[in-house]
Design a binder for this molecule. Structure first.
Ligand code: NAD
Length: 296
C-alpha cells in the first residue's frame, strides 16, 4: 500500500480520496476549505497544514482542482517538495497547454507525471466507477494505473503529455454538439406533432442513435433515469459544459483545427449560462432550443 497525498477535496476529489482510504492506502489530504478537510478526516485521511506539507514523503500525489491556473499554482508549490522518482497525477479538467507545462515541470524535478482527467461525474467519483483518460510516458502510466484502479473502472492510456486532456475535451465537444442535435430533433418533432416516445423508438434504433439520446434523453419519459425526469437537476451542470467547450475552442485555435459546430455549441451553452441556467443539467439545453423558435 502506498502513501498518497490528495490535494483538492471538492465534489469529485473528496469521494475519490475516500476511495483511496477504503483501498487501504495511507492518504494525507489538503484543501483550502476547512469543511472539505474535516470531511476527509471523517473519511479516514490524515490532514496536512499545506499542500507542500501533504506531499512530503508521499509515493504518489493526486490533484483534483478547478482549472489550469490552480493546477499550475499547486504543482509549482508541491513538485519541488516531492521525493525524486515519485509520481504526480492531475485529474482536473484543464487546458492542454497548462497540462504540458506541468508535465515539463515534473520532468525537470525528476518526478513522474500523468494527466488523468475523468468522466463519470460525482456518481462515478463516489462509486469508484470513473473513466480515466491518461497522458504521459509509459513508465508513469504503469505506476499510475494501479492507483487509478482504486477510483475508477476504466483506465485508458491516450498518449504522451497532455493526451488525456486532449481526449477529454474532444469527447465532451462531441457530447455538447450531440445533445443540441438531439434537443433540436425533439423540438422539431413536437412542432410536427410527433410524440417523444415515437421519435425515441425510431431514432434509438436508427442512424440517429447516440449517448445523448439513449442514456441522457433530454425529454422526460423514454429514459426514466435521465435528468429530464428530475427537473433537469445535474448530473453534469451546463456551466461545466461551457468550461469544456471553451477548453476545446482554445485548443482548436492553438492547434489550427476547424471546429465550426464546436464553436456554435459553445455559443449556445454560453447564452443558456448567461440566462442564469448554469446550474441546470446540460440536457436542459432543450428548453433554450425551444425558446429560439421563431427567432432563429
Ligand atoms: P470543486 O470546485 O467541487 O472542487 C475543487 C476543490 O479544489 C475545492 O474544494 C477547492 O477548495 C480546492 N482548491 C482550489 N484551489 C486549491 C489550492 N490551491 N489548494 C488546495 N485546494 C484547492 O470541483 P469538482 O466538481 O470537484 O471538479 C474538480 C475538477 O474535476 C474540475 O476540473 C472539473 O472540471 C472536473 N470534473 C468535474 C466533474 C463533476 O461532475 N463535478 C466531472 C468531470 C470532471
Amino acid at each position: 500500500m502506498a502513501t498518497i497525498a490528495f490535494i483538492g477535496l471538492g465534489n469529485m476529489g473528496g469521494p475519490m480520496a475516500a476511495n483511496l482510504v477504503k483501498a487501504g492506502h495511507k492518504v494525507v489530504a489538503f484543501d483550502l476549505v476547512e469543511a472539505s478537510r474535516n470531511q476527509a478526516k471523517a473519511d479516514g485521511a490524515g490532514i496536512a497544514d499545506s499542500a507542500s506539507a501533504a506531499v512530503r514523503g508521499a509515493d504518489v500525489v493526486v490533484t483534483m482542482l478547478p482549472a489550469g491556473k490552480h493546477v499550475l499554482g499547486v504543482w509549482n508549490e508541491v513538485v519541488p517538495a516531492m521525493t525524486k522518482g515519485a509520481l504526480i497525477i492531475d485529474s482536473s479538467t484543464i487546458d492542454v497547454e497548462s497540462a504540458r507545462a506541468v508535465h515539463a515541470l515534473a520532468a525537470k524535478n525528476g518526478v513522474l507525471s500523468v494527466d488523468a482527467p475523468v468522466s463519470g461525474g460525482t456518481g462515478g467519483a463516489k462509486g469508484a466507477t470513473l473513466t480515466f483518460m491518461c497522458g504521459g510516458e509509459e513508465k508513469a502510466f504503469a505506476a499510475a494505473k494501479p492507483v487509478l484502479e482504486n477510483m475508477g473502472k476504466k483506465i485508458v492510456h491516450c498518449g504522451g503529455a497532455g493526451a488525456g486532456q486532449a481526449a477529454k475535451i474532444c469527447n465532451n465537444m462531441i457530447l455538447g454538439i450531440s445533445m443540441i442535435a438531439v434537443s433540436e430533433a425533439f423540438a422539431l418533432g413536437e412542432k410536427l406533432g410527433l410524440s417523444h416516445q415515437a421519435l425515441f423508438d425510431v431514432a434509438s434504433t436508427s442512424s440517429g442513435q447516440c449517448w445523448s439520446l439513449t442514456t441522457y434523453c433530454p425529454v422526460p419519459g423514454p429514459v426514466p433515469t435521465s435528468p429530464a425526469n428530475n427537473d433537469y437537476k445535474p448530473g453534469f451542470a451546463s456551466a461545466l459544459m461551457v468550461k469544456d467547450l471553451t477548453l476545446a475552442q482554445d485548443a482548436a485555435k492553438a492547434a489550427g483545427a476547424a471546429t465550426p459546430l464546436g464553436k456554435h455549441a459553445q455559443e449556445i451553452y454560453q447564452s443558456f449560462d448567461a440566462a442564469g441556467q448554469g446550474g441546470v443539467d446540460f440536457s436542459g439545453i432543450i428548453k433554450h432550443v425551444r425558446s429560439l423558435a421563431g427567432k432563429a
